[in-house]
Design a protein around this ligand. Structure first.
Ligand code: DI6
Ligand code: FE
Length: 407
């Protein structure tokens, strides 16, 4: 006999199913949950005759898939508010990075932080994401830049996943910046990453994927190819910070390794977009970094749309270029800065963000069989999720069918 743990009815539901029009809306909808998964979705009038342990009748609130933040640097020591002020006075991000500030100042602060300190500060940010409807978060390393501290960051990220109901996906971003110890010999650092770090991380299952930063003052395509070949040989999927500040062929490079995603993409060319389409590589757009850096070059939105490249949106939460702790505000920025529609933004933080993490079989839409990661909102229409700034419209968040209160 079928039995449900929970039945939500009297809601308006945005299923966000692929191919559906108008948010996949079901007016007067209902969702049933059993064993942490969605057992049934449909119109309240069609609810099958199945008993439920608990029934909740909503008063017309909107239900969407819980949000997914598919690109963050949530674990870090210190902050960079002083650099923020410097940049407002006209010093560029690249100038600060070349002078040993920028990412490297966070590296020093992160190396000097204990695992508990990193856990505590990242916990606060994780809770803020959840308070705005997030149930799945990707967290990158990349501020340790040596074996011990990269592993320390990944262990903190794993610990966050164990301590909270949210799912945490971890990404090794050892090729984020050239560590000061290897300033004159970045190839030797890449060798260390390939020969020691990736094997250790893979063996201990500390990372779900491997990322790199392709930029003139970071790592070049040859170095990143070595990192990606090693990652792939250890069974890890890859993704790339691509073409953020210049067109370094990052999108093409990511596509050549069948990357899950290429992220940023402000300077990506038409050829880069075509390569992503061929490889099935998703685009992850990061409007918080675009805004904070005062960037004026827009990602190739028209080409991405014309090529049907899936577009995800994320916070890029990090202390340097995107001190942003709300996926919903990332949606609001993506509308205003990139001209995406509110529906594209909601797809970008649910269905397409799941795809960018390789989790699309499991979450990102409201369909029977998927995890019951469900956000309930006090809004009159889902477009409002991209419209309001500075308010928190979340009514409740269910993760695997259970209420979470992380607010
Ligand atoms: N691009 C970014 O926007 C972040 N990392 C990257 O490769 C910035 C990280 C930082 O400035 O601390
Ligand atoms: Fe980033």
């Amino acid at each position: 006999m079928a039995h449900w743990d929970l039945l939500l009815s009297g809601a308006r539901i945005a299923t966000m199913q692929r191919g559906a029009v108008d948010y996949g809306t079901i007016e007067d909808g209902a969702i049933a949950v059993a064993d942490g998964s969605i057992a049934w979705v449909g119109r309240s009038a069609d609810i099958p005759d199945v008993s439920a342990s608990e029934t909740r009748t909503l008063s017309g609130q909107w239900i969407t898939p819980a949000l997914i933040d598919c690109h963050t640097h949530l674990v870090f020591g210190g902050d960079r508010s002083a650099e923020f002020e410097q940049r407002l006075q006209g010093v560029s991000y690249e100038e600060i990075a070349r002078a040993g500030g920028g990412i490297l100042s966070t590296v020093t602060a992160t190396r000097n932080s204990s695992p508990d300190e990193l856990f505590e500060s990242a916990s606060k940010r994780l809770r803020m994401l959840a308070a705005d409807g997030v149930a799945t978060v990707e967290i990158k390393s990349g501020y340790g830049l040596d074996i011990e501290n990269e592993i320390k960051m990944l262990e903190v990220a794993r610990r966050l996943g164990n301590a909270y109901d949210l799912t945490v996906c971890t990404t090794l971003l050892a090729a984020h910046a050239i560590p000061p110890e290897f300033k004159e010999d970045s190839d030797a650092y890449v060798s260390l990453v390939c020969e020691e770090l990736i094997p250790a991380v893979a063996e201990n299952r500390l990372a779900d994927s491997v990322d790199a930063y392709c930029e003139k003052f970071a790592f070049n395509p040859e170095q990143i190819s070595r990192v990606f070949e090693t990652a792939t040989s250890h069974g890890l999927r890859v993704k790339l910070h691509a073409d953020q500040l210049s067109d370094g062929g990052g999108a093409e490079l990511a596509a050549s390794f069948n990357a899950l995603s290429a992220d940023h993409l402000e300077y990506t060319s038409a050829d880069g977009v075509a390569a992503m389409r061929e490889a099935g590589t998703s685009a992850v757009l990061l409007p918080g970094a675009f805004l904070t850096l005062g960037e004026t070059q827009h990602p190739p939105i028209t080409a991405l749309r014309e090529n049907d490249v899936p577009i995800a949106i994320a916070t890029d939460c990090n202390p340097g270029t995107s001190p942003l702790c709300s996926v919903r505000e990332a949606m609001a920025l993506a509308c205003r800065l990139f001209g995406l529609t509110p529906e594209e933004c909601l797809a970008g933080t649910t269905r397409e963000a799941a795809l960018a993490l390789g989790l699309d079989g499991d979450r990102g839409t409201l369909e029977a069989g998927k995890r019951a990661d469900i956000a309930i909102w006090n809004v009159g229409h889902p477009r409002e999720l991209s419209y309001w700034l500075g308010i928190r419209p979340l009514a409740s968040l269910l993760i695997a069918g259970r209420d979470v209160n992380l607010i």
